[in-house]
Design a protein around this ligand. Sequence first.
Ligand code: NDP
Length: 278
Amino acid sequence: PFLSFRGRRALVTGAGKGIGRAVAVALSKAGARVTALSRTAADLESLAREPPRSPPRINPSRDPAPGLPAPPRAPDPPRPPSPQCPGIEPLCLDLADWDATEAAVGAAGPFELLVNNAAVAVLQPFLEVTRAALERSLDVNLQAVLHVSQIVARQMIAQGMPGAIVNVSSQASQRALRDHAVYCSTKSALDMLSKVMAMELGPHKIRVNTVNPTVVMTDMGRINWSDPQKSAAMINRIPLGKFAEVDDVVNSILFLLSDKSAMTTGSSLMVDGGFLVS
Ligand code: NDP
C-alpha cells in the first residue's frame, strides 16, 4: 500500500463520529494500533465492531457480466458477524475535563501518531455569544489540543520516538464567517498553536501540521449547513463547486501522519476546494 502504518500506535480524538471515526478506521485498516477517544460510549462500542477491511464479497459469481441485465437474485445469505476491528481501543472521555484527560491519555500512551480532531461548533451571532459557548469551545477546540499534545509529546520524547501530530482546523481559521466568531477564533488560535508546536517539537523529530477543510456533511456540517440557501452561497464561493467529502479530509490527514510528508512541519494543508484563494 502507498501508506502503511503497520505496528504504529495512534490516538485519534473525536473518533466517535464523522471525520475522526473515519480516520480511526482508515488507520486501523492501514495496520496501526488505534486508540479512539470520544465522549459517547455507544459510538465507541459500534466503532470497535467496524469490519477491519472491506467486507468480503459473499457471492461475486452472481454479478452480471458488463452490459448484461442482472439475473433475478435470491436474497444474500446472512453475513457472518463482523469481526472486531482488532486495532481499535476505545477511550471514553470528555476532553473538556483537564484532570480526567491527564489520567486517561497518560495511561493509554505512548503514541507515535496523534490526530487532534474533536471539536464543537456552536454558531451564534457575535452580539449573542454566550459565556457557556465560549468556554466550551475554548476547552475542547484549543485547550484540549494543547493538553493532549503535551501528554503525548512528552511520552514520545521520553521514549526517544519520532512522531507526527495532525490538528484538524478549518477554512474558518483564515476567513471570517457569519455567526462563527467563537469557532473562527478557536481554529485561528489552533493554526498558530500548531506552528509553535512545530517549532518547539521539531528538534525532537515530532512533526505538527494542520488540515483545514471546507464544509463536510458530517453531523456537525449538517447542523450548520443544511439550509439550502446558506449552503448554496458557500458552494458558490468554492472554486471546485462542492463541499469536501469525509475521505478527502481523511486522505490528507493520513498523508501528513505518514513518512511521505517527512519534511513537512508547521504547515496547513487546505482541503477547501480553493475557498481560501477565491
Ligand atoms: P462531528 O460533530 O461529526 O464529530 C465530532 C466528534 O468529536 C464526535 O464524535 C464528538 O463526540 C467528539 N467530541 C466532541 N467534543 C468532545 C469532547 N469534549 N470530548 C471527547 N470527544 C468529543 O464533527 P466533524 O467530524 O464534522 O468534525 C471533526 C473536525 O473537523 C472538527 O475539528 C471540526 O471542527 C473540523 N471541521 C469540520 C467541518 C465540517 O463541516 N464538518 C469543516 C471544517 C473542519 P460526541 O458526539 O459524543 O460529543
